[in-house]
Ligand binder design. Structure first.
Ligand SMILES: Cc1ncc(COP(=O)(O)O)c(C=O)c1O
Length: 437
């Protein structure tokens, strides 16, 4: 049964009551500018005060339709009452104890639920996965490459151009997205080779050239891949690409690590995006949507791989009991309607974007799965037009629609999975209005 949050406080469509940014927002932005790190990238001046379902209210009382979910995080919508209830109940009982040194029930319960749902081969008499909890996507990927090296006793890793895996040293070294994310930070973690994402030509290059010339496959610990490339542009790989990575891994004893930080937790209509393909990875990393907004991540591994010894990897906060409680409630909602809603709403969104493409050729055909959808913005010659993309995002904000870019010139649509048909229609109408003007 679909359990979509009913808006109690906020309207279900945009409501603008001041010019943007309003006076309170301007004040906070000014204070922020003086004191926070200049490395943050804010595309437009949204100062959020309250969120409910798919709507976000700013400090001046303007209400926006959120097609960003706080970078694909608030899977169950902003402040879903069941998630809030779970957080409040747990917060009043136990805020922290550190799962590294002690036991507590919510961490075990969540590990059982995730392990039972991991798309790994069944293991007789036990769960098909073991789980290590983290605080973020970067930390999950950091741990995953440590685990891969530890288990295989190999050092080399293959990753992909356009990939985004996070900002800590290992995750940043895996990332192949934007030069600005690396410039000035070297030296990075050695032993990581990037190849083009999503094509058979790229895997041909890996097998025919790299494996024979520079990258002995028997020294490769892992191939780390996003099943749908996220920050790189919401790119769905060619048919057979992920299956072929699995075969290459099997042939050479390499671990297949799938980064589901953005694509996982129901966003594509399946709990993990890799379930759209007939592929079972060895390790999955997740975070973002896993706890509807509380900081939590997880590394899921086939049990025979997660054999690192006590003390070899740990964390103080990872698997925090409040975050675990939020995640248990999130999983319940995802599996009882929201993943199905993501599939249905994603189809409606893609159909609407396809229509827009036919009316406005500067919008590409849409791509993606479920509510992980993007279009490119194109110039008159059909080339990606980042300036046009940025302008559309600004215009959308001024009309009460929150969007994010990705890739070179793409707009991504990654709303909370509680979005309804009417709200999809509103988003499409706002886009249409922008292109008509
Ligand atoms: C696929 C992927 N992996 C990892 C990360 C890093 O996650 P975090 O920002 O939680 O460290 C992101 C963040 O956008 C991501 O999209």
């Amino acid at each position: 049964m679909l359990s979509i949050s009913v808006n109690k406080y906020l309207p279900t469509s945009p409501r603008l009551v001041t010019s943007l940014p309003g006076p309170r927002a301007r004040d906070i932005i000014e204070r922020d500018r003086a004191v926070t790190s200049p490395s943050y990238t804010r595309d437009y001046p949204l100062v959020a005060a309250r969120g409910e379902g798919c709507m976000v209210e700013d400090v001046d009382g303007n209400v926006f339709l959120d097609m960003t979910a706080g970078i694909a995080v608030t899977a169950t919508g902003h402040a879903h009452p069941e998630v809030v209830q779970a957080i409040q109940t747990q917060a009043a009982k136990l805020l922290h104890m550190s799962g590294t040194d002690f036991y507590y029930q919510p961490m075990v319960e969540l590990a059982e639920k995730l392990a039972a749902r991991a798309p790994f081969p069944p293991v007789a008499g036990t769960f098909p996965a073991r789980v290590f909890f983290t605080n973020s996507g970067a930390e999950s990927n950091e741990g995953a490459i440590k685990l891969a090296r530890y288990y295989t006793r190999r050092s080399l890793i293959v990753a992909f151009l356009g990939a985004f895996h996070g900002r800590t040293y290992g995750a940043m070294s895996l990332t192949g997205s934007k030069a600005v994310q690396r410039a000035g930070f070297g030296p990075l973690v050695p032993g990581i080779t990037h190849i083009t994402y999503g094509t058979h030509a790229s895997l041909d290059y890996l097998e025919k050239h790299l494996f024979t010339a520079t990258l002995p496959p028997q020294e490769v610990a892992a191939i780390v891949v996003e099943p749908i490339q996220g920050e790189g542009g919401y790119i769905v790989p060619e048919d057979g690409f992920l299956e072929r990575i699995r075969q290459i891994c099997d042939r050479h004893g390499i671990l297949m690590v799938v980064d589901e930080v953005q694509s996982g937790m129901g966003r594509t209509g399946r709990l993990f995006a890799i379930e759209h393909w007939n592929v079972m990875p060895d390790i999955i990393t997740t975070a973002k949507g896993i706890a509807s907004g509380l900081p939590l991540g997880a590394i899921l591994s086939r049990p025979q791989i997660m054999t690192w010894s006590p003390g070899s990897h740990a964390t103080t906060f990872g698997g925090n009991p409040v975050a675990c409680a939020a995640s248990i409630a999130t999983l319940h909602l995802l599996e009882n309607g929201l993943m199905a809603n993501a599939s249905r709403m994603g189809e409606q969104l893609q159909a609407g974007l396809t229509q827009l493409h036919h009316s406005f050729p500067t919008i590409s055909l849409p791509r993606g799965k479920g509510l992980m959808v993007a279009v490119d913005l194109l110039d008159d010659e059909g080339n990606p037009d980042p300036k046009l993309r940025d302008r559309v995002i600004q215009e959308a904000f001024l009309r009460g629609l929150l969007l994010l870019g990705c890739g070179k010139a793409a707009i991504r649509f990654c709303p909370p999975l509680v979005i309804d048909s009417n709200q999809i229609q509103i988003a499409l109408s706002i886009l249409k209005e922008i292109f008509l003007n």
